[in-house]
Design a protein around this ligand. Structure first.
Ligand code: PA5
Length: 445
């Protein structure tokens, strides 16, 4: 099967010298990743994950998903950050754009999300939707102690037990968490839930190809074996350092641009199904690189929608940005623009063309305009939106992120900054154990 392609022609001229001179640095970063000699090396389990996933695990996940699919109208995935975004990215990329507006049918539950915010209306409205419905819960937390999913799970578990009965609820709840540690592990053991383990050496944002992503994706009816197959293919393609390795090329180009003052990377899609893929990507790069006062700020836009909002800024705002376009070569469906006898709208010149032809010309025209306006442009092409390509893309971005982070000189596998808000929130909420922090923060108010 064809691999994804990266094209840096329209970015090179903006940082040719930096690109030419960072090859050795990229290969050193590559080496650190491969031989595990860099910082954060206890979190490299994702590197060989696609090729080493055991078929029994995939079968077991498929079996659990089949049970939930058979018994539920809705499956609620409870999790946040890396315990949510990967599944949401893949499921929305593969789903009908209007899937949420169709009622669930037997054997085809809707996958919903909770615990990814602390919205009171969101929670209450979800309860309202699930009232009287057959539903199941996949609760996902590596630490097993994250507040947002813990609140959502407590509420949904209570509703499920009330509706289905405590015993039946056990068959409808699956926990994905650490093998030994954390409140969720304790709770799942005591309640007798089926569980899946998040490997110790895989961090949240790199965990989509573990049960964290695979179970929800399988529950949505998608082929996780093909997803893993695509990822394994990219693992193979990206194995060795070389100027042809797409991960290395991407890591080198973005670092070269960063050194040349391009501090913001905008991931652009021309297919709205990729909106949440960009959200996943933002977390992957933002949490991995934004530290020690460094890091490209990862932003994202959906084109052409956002050309009518952010287009002006991108074309003429501060020249600190570059774009990486995710381009899907072939839509799954063909739809042509009809001829209209009266042509009152004046678009008969488009009649007979596929909608995607217009989209592709928007893409080309935008690229030329943005490059002319001083915005470097990289393009990543995938053949189509399917499990195989998404698996490739996930692994591509993960590996490039590891190389890129090491090139930048940070530990790409920690996220110390995420703790700051939690500490303050716990102090403000007077969580036991945070007495000193409570006192300190109250003094600031
Ligand atoms: O990438 C990460 O490590 C984080 O985004 C986590 O995934 C997120 O904070 C959720 O953590 P947990 O899975 O422990 O609930």
């Amino acid at each position: 099967m064809k691999s994804i392609e990266i094209n840096i022609q329209d970015a090179l001229s903006f940082a040719q010298n930096q690109f030419d001179s960072n090859k050795a640095q990229a290969e050193e970063a590559f080496g650190k990743l491969e031989n595990g000699s860099g910082e954060g090396n206890d979190f490299l389990g994702w590197l060989k994950l696609p090729s080493s996933v055991k078929p029994e695990l995939v079968e077991s996940i498929a079996k659990t998903a089949a049970r939930l699919r058979k018994n539920c109208e809705y499956v609620v995935c409870v999790g946040i950050g890396g315990s949510y975004l990967g599944a949401k990215a893949v499921i929305s990329a593969l789903s009908d754009s209007f899937a949420d507006f169709y009622a669930p049918t037997p054997g085809n539950p809707k996958v919903l999300y909770a615990g990814q915010n602390i919205g009171e209306e969101y929670t209450a409205e979800l309860e309202k939707l699930l009232d009287g419905k057959k539903f199941g819960i996949i609760v996902i937390s590596k630490s097993g102690t994250t507040t947002e999913p813990a609140i959502a799970f407590r509420i949904l578990k209570e509703l499920l037990e009330k509706q289905a009965g405590k015993e039946a609820a056990k068959d409808l709840i699956v926990a994905v968490t650490d093998e030994k540690k954390g409140a969720l592990r304790t709770l799942a053991t005591q309640e007798g839930y089926e569980t899946y383990v998040i490997p110790d050496n895989v961090g949240g944002r790199f965990s989509v190809l573990t049960p964290v992503g695979l179970l929800p994706i399988a529950c949505a009816g998608f082929d996780i074996a093909k997803l893993l197959e695509g990822a394994a293919e990219m693992e193979q393609t990206a194995k060795n350092p070389s100027e042809e390795n797409p991960c290395e090329v991407y890591a080198r180009m973005r670092n070269a641009l960063y050194q040349n003052g391009k501090k913001i990377e905008i991931l652009v899609n021309y297919n709205p199904k990729l909106h949440f893929f960009a959200e996943w990507w933002k977390q992957l790069y933002g949490e991995s690189e934004g530290k020690d006062g460094k890091g490209i700020f990862p932003a994202a836009v959906d084109f052409t929608t956002d050309l009518h909002s952010m287009g002006q800024w991108i074309q003429e705002g501060e020249r600190t940005i570059f774009e990486t376009v995710l381009s899907v070569k072939e839509p799954a469906i063909t739809r042509r623009i009809p001829e209209d006898a009266d042509n009152l709208d004046g678009i008969n010149y488009l009649a007979g063309k596929r909608i995607d032809e217009v989209n592709k010309m928007a893409e080309l025209g935008t690229k030329i305009a943005h490059v002319d306006g001083g915005v470097p442009n990289m393009r990543i092409d995938i053949d189509k939106l399917d499990e195989h390509s998404l698996g490739q893309l996930i692994y591509f971005f993960e590996k490039a992120c590891g190389i890129s982070g090491y090139m930048l000189g940070v530990n790409p596998f920690n996220q110390p900054g995420v703790e700051a808000y939690k500490k303050n929130m716990f102090a403000l909420l007077e969580k036991p154990g945070y007495e000193k922090e409570t006192e300190a923060i109250k003094a600031k108010l």
